[in-house]
Each structure stands twice: as structure tokens, then as C-alpha cells.
Design a protein around this ligand. Structure first.
Ligand SMILES: NC(=O)C1=CN([C@@H]2O[C@H](COP(=O)(O)OP(=O)(O)OC[C@H]3O[C@@H](n4cnc5c(N)ncnc54)[C@H](O)[C@@H]3O)[C@@H](O)[C@H]2O)C=CC1
Ligand SMILES: O=C(O)CCC(=O)C(=O)O
Length: 531
């Protein structure tokens, strides 16, 4: 029996997560202090199959380089910008998040900050508790009837929009991916950024931080906002140019700003600090007991399902696979990898494209996962470290075009998978299926029917279809002491091109391949291995 998977929790997750892992039979170490101790984390990460984090742990290339066993990183929350996704993907590590568990809580924090700004609640509180009773100092603004401009109207932005509508605000939203139907449903007017900026009394940001959204409120865009605007950022530091915002606050154009997130976190110093109309919280958007319980439970469930059953949910770098789909996919994943491996072992020049056709019942499965497995199979003979998670990215990086075709109708087989690999010299197609009992099987190679299993040690020969070849081939193996286990043959036409696929016991010495190559009519000989 294989050992139980081991998970490290390196951030302040709700203890509910620990219990879930334990209940599922997973060994778990709860070490929240490690999120801030990257050296210690790097020292021990090699012992773990899973890493559960919030935002304090930075999963850098240096940490990943030491994570030899790591299979999954689970973010109890939404933003995965503290994880180096390309490097995790290249190392075959699934990265999953919990995209909904803290959305309501974060939207509520944005609304709370909007009220805090409108009525200067933090400053009024400090003044009152200091015994000043400055009734005339604090003159707020009413929310009702004001225009709320939302930048990024996804999960959290939509909840903020609904709350804004409920507060009788006029809600406008800039989000290139917001459909007109969804905007209508939410009661929101969809606008361009240049329209939102001068119209909004309050602007709230709810996008991820990407190359496109960085400094979306730049100095130039801040200058386009309405005089007296109030700005709320509960999404990510870096969406607003903090120094430019400070100048706009100092100059009086911006009436107030409420920030939960900062360019540098923990934010011990920041250009916004100290301004009387600025309200700050230390990245508390998701900090309610409800949200933390939600995300901790969800991430622990998702990670356990993956580590124990191969189910993938909410991965940002791999298609989802349910626990019900996982066992159905498993034999086809093996088939896809082996077809890929067959082609990969035969390929000696640069690959330009990989095409995979799914026919019959297999067309109804998660073909994206199968395609990723096939690509991994093709590339593995050339790149030892590639795996099913990293393969699509590696292929893309190498300029290999990947095509997937799905045909629901069945032909001669319930399920048929055909992989074609095109190199600078030729296209090689291999088809296969899964037989009862889950065994992958080869059905044709280069359009020639050959019925064979994949075996640990095989010899693949292409030759001219001439009398006497089989006897000479078998004798060459016999003389070298290589025992034949199974023998599969195929040809396109009498006297045309033929294929022999022979399973042998044990490895094939190079001199045996040379001897077979020297036989009359032989075009190609290759030892193949399938584990
Ligand atoms: N302060 C906190 O503690 C928390 C912060 N967050 C952050 O909130 C942000 C939003 O989260 P969700 O709503 O769950 O994400 P989401 O993915 O559901 O929504 C993001 C929206 O931004 C839009 N968008 C992307 N690029 C854009 C662009 N260039 N201009 C305008 N809109 C653009 C997308 O179309 C999408 O609708 C994330 O960055 C997340 O990390 C989330 C939870 C807690
Ligand atoms: O875990 C946290 O407190 C931060 C939450 C967050 O920023 C997110 O989920 O994106």
C-alpha cells in the first residue's frame, strides 16, 4: 500500500481544513508561521505532496525548485498572484483556488469602505474617542442617488453592483467581458472606462492584477475622474498608481480613498498613509469567519479529492475533472499517453503539430485532459520532466500547434483515439482504443491495421511486404537470444508497405536492431518501451 499523501498548511487557514485532511486520511502539518519564512519553507517543502496557502506564502521559483514531490497547491481564496503559475505548471503542479468562497465577504468589505469614506467613520471615531466631539468637522455625503463606477464586474464586482442597486445608487460598470444580458440582469449600465471615469462619484475596483489592469487608475486616468470622486480598492495593490493618487488627494481633486490592498504588502509604509481622507485596512477583504471557514473547507476538500481520487476542481492550470469522471478517464489517459509515447519515440526531427481525433464514447469525456496526456506522451522521450499539467504549455512554448477534433458518432469501435504527429519530414498517425478491463490497445499505425497491446519492450519494424521476411526476422531475434512474446503484423496491400510490432522479453540490444535493419526490405527498426 502506498503511503498517505502529505500536506503542508503554511498560512493562517481555518483549523477546519486540518480536520478535513485528517478525516480523509491525509497527513497534515499546520505550520502557519512558514508563510513568512521562505528559507524554512524551502528547506521542508520537498517532503510534501500538497501545499495549502492564503496570501502570505509566496510560492516562488526557488520554493518550487525544492518541491520535488509537490502535486498540488491549494489557495484558500481567489487571487493566485502569490504563486508562480508558469513555473508551477512547468513542474507539473496543479494550482487550484476557491473562486467563490470569499466573494460575498469581500464585496461587503468594499461596501463597508464606501460608507466609511462617505461618512468619514474612522476619523470621526478617532476624534470622538479622543474626547473632541467635533460635530461640525464631519460632514458626509449621501450614497443614495450617487453613481457607483465598478471596474471589473466578475464575481465580486457583481455582488457589489447588486448591493449598490439595493442602496439606490446608479451603477455603471467597465468590464470588457461583461455581457449586455448580464449587465441588464444586474441592473448595471455597461460603459467604457473613459465614460466611467468622469461620471462616477465612487469608483470601486474588482479586477485581478494583470498587465492590462496594472495602473488602470494611472495619473492620466485619475485626472479624468469627477472632482470629489472617492476611490475604493479591495482587489489588488497595483491597480491604482498610489503616488499619483496621493497627489490627487493632496490637491483636493479626489475626496477620499479606501484601500485594503497595496503595491507592497505587508504595507508598513505607503504613499497614501497619513492623509486625513484615506482609510486603510490590512488586506482584510476576505477576513470574516464565514469566508475563512468556506475557503478552508473548500480548498481542503479539493486538494484531498485530487490527491486521493485524481479529481480536479477549480484548477487555474488544468481542466476540471470530477471524481465520477476520473475513473472513466483513467484508461483513456493511459491510452493517450501511450499513443503519444509511441509517436514520440519514433520522432527524430522537430515536431510542428499534434492532432488528436476522438470518436465515439471517448468524445464525450474531458478531451482537454486526454490531449494534455497525449502531448506529454509525445514530448516525454525528448523532455524527461514534462507531465500532463506542463505539456500543453511546453508544446506552445516550442511552437507546436495542437488540434483537437471530436466526432460523437461511433465507427467500428465504441471509442477510438487517433493521434497524428507532423514533423518537418512526415505525418505519422496512430490509432487505439481501450478494451474491456481498461487495457489500451493499438489498432493502426500509419493507416495500416495492426492489433497489439503496449508492452514494456517492443520492436517496431517497417518493411516491404515480401515473402520470407517474417522467418528471417524471427531467426535474427532467436539467434540473439531475444524471446518473442507476441507478434503483430499489418500491411497496406499485398507487396506494399508492412509493419511488424513485436513484444519481446527484456531489453533489445542495439546489435539486434542493427541485424534486423540489415535484413532485405527493412526500412525502419526501432526499440520501443511502454511502462
Ligand atoms: N481584498 C481581498 O481580500 C480580496 C481580494 N480579491 C481580489 O478581487 C479581485 C476580483 O475577484 P473576483 O471578482 O472573484 O474575480 P473574477 O475573475 O470573478 O472577476 C474579475 C473581473 O475582472 C474583469 N476584468 C479582467 N480584466 C479587465 C480589464 N482589463 N478591465 C476591466 N475588467 C477586467 C473580468 O472580466 C472579470 O469579470 C481579484 O483580484 C481577487 O484576487 C478577492 C478576494 C479577497
Ligand atoms: O486570504 C486572504 O486573506 C486574502 C484573500 C484574497 O486576497 C483573495 O482571495 O484573493
Amino acid at each position: 500500500m502506498s503511503a498517505a499523501p502529505k500536506v503542508l498548511i503554511s498560512d493562517a487557514l481555518s483549523p477546519a481544513a486540518v480536520q478535513i485532511f485528517k478525516d480523509r486520511g491525509i497527513d497534515v502539518d499546520f505550520r502557519p508561521e512558514l508563510g513568512k519564512d521562505k528559507d524554512k519553507l524551502a528547506e521542508i517543502i520537498g517532503d510534501y505532496d500538497g501545499l495549502a496557502i492564503r496570501s502570505a506564502t509566496k510560492v516562488t521559483p526557488a520554493i518550487l525548485a525544492r518541491a520535488e514531490r509537490l502535486r498540488v497547491i491549494g489557495r484558500a481564496g481567489i487571487g493566485v498572484d502569490n504563486v508562480d503559475i508558469p513555473v508551477a505548471t512547468a513542474r507539473g503542479v496543479i494550482v487550484m483556488n476557491t473562486p467563490f468562497g470569499n466573494s460575498i465577504t469581500t464585496a461587503e468589505h468594499a461596501i463597508a469602505l464606501m460608507f466609511a469614506l462617505a461618512r468619514e467613520i474612522p476619523a470621526a471615531d478617532a476624534s470622538t474617542q479622543a474626547g473632541k466631539w467635533e460635530k461640525n468637522r464631519f460632514m458626509g455625503v449621501e450614497i443614495t442617488g450617487k453613481t457607483l463606477g465598478i471596474i471589473g464586474c466578475g464575481n465580486i464586482g457583481s455582488i457589489v453592483a447588486e448591493r449598490g442597486v439595493g442602496l439606490r445608487m446608479k451603477v455603471i460598470a467597465y468590464d470588457p467581458f461583461l455581457s449586455p444580458e448580464r449587465a441588464l440582469d444586474l441592473g448595471v449600465e455597461k460603459v467604457e472606462l473613459d465614460e466611467l471615469l468622469p461620471r462616477a462619484d465612487f469608483i470601486t475596483l474588482h479586477t485581478p492584477l494583470t498587465d492590462k489592469t496594472r495602473n488602470v487608475l494611472s495619473e492620466a486616468n485619475l485626472a479624468k475622474t469627477k472632482a470629489g470622486v472617492r476611490i475604493i480598492n479591495c482587489a489588488r495593490g497595483g491597480l491604482v498608481d498610489e503616488a499619483a493618487l496621493r497627489r490627487a488627494l493632496d490637491g483636493g481633486h479626489v475626496a477620499g480613498a479606501a484601500f485594503d490592498v497595496f503595491v507592497e504588502e505587508p504595507a508598513n509604509a505607503n504613499p497614501l498613509f497619513g492623509h486625513p481622507n484615506v482609510v486603510c485596512t490590512p488586506h482584510l477583504g476576505a477576513a470574516t469567519s464565514e469566508a475563512q471557514e468556506n475557503v478552508a473547507l473548500q480548498v481542503a476538500e479539493q486538494m484531498s479529492e485530487y490527491l486521493l481520487r485524481g479529481a480536479i476542481q477549480n484548477a487555474v492550470n488544468f481542466p476540471s475533472i470530477t471524481a465520477e469522471e476520473a475513473p472513466k478517464l483513467k484508461p483513456f489517459i493511459a491510452l493517450a499517453e501511450k499513443l503519444g509515447s509511441f509517436a514520440g519515440q519514433l520522432t527524430e526531427t522537430g515536431i510542428t503539430s499534434i492532432a488528436i481525433t476522438y470518436e465515439g464514447t471517448v468524445a464525450g469525456l474531458k478531451t482537454k485532459a486526454l490531449t494534455a496526456s497525449a502531448i506529454a506522451g509525445v514530448l516525454r522521450p525528448m523532455l524527461a520532466d514534462v507531465n500532463v499539467v506542463s505539456a500543453p504549455a511546453v508544446a506552445k512554448e516550442r511552437g507546436i500547434v495542437v488540434e483537437e477534433t471530436i466526432r460523437e458518432a461511433e465507427g467500428d469501435y465504441d471509442a477510438l483515439m487517433t493521434l497524428s504527429v507532423t514533423t518537418e519530414r512526415q505525418t505519422r498517425a496512430i490509432s487505439g482504443t481501450v478494451f474491456a478491463g481498461g487495457k489500451p490497445r493499438i489498432l493502426s499505425i500509419k493507416d495500416i491495421n495492426v492489433d497489439a497491446e503496449f508492452a514494456p519492450s517492443m520492436i517496431y519494424v517497417t518493411n516491404e511486404d515480401r515473402p520470407g521476411f517474417i522467418g528471417r526476422f524471427a531467426s535474427a531475434l532467436g539467434e540473439a537470444g531475444v524471446n518473442i512474446a507476441t507478434f503483430a503484423l499489418g500491411r497496406d496491400a499485398p507487396g506494399g508497405s508492412a509493419i511488424a510490432l513485436v513484444e519481446v522479453d527484456g531489453p533489445v540490444p542495439p546489435q539486434v536492431l542493427e541485424a534486423v535493419k540489415a535484413l532485405p526490405g527493412v526500412k525502419q527498426v526501432k526499440a520501443l518501451s511502454f511502462t
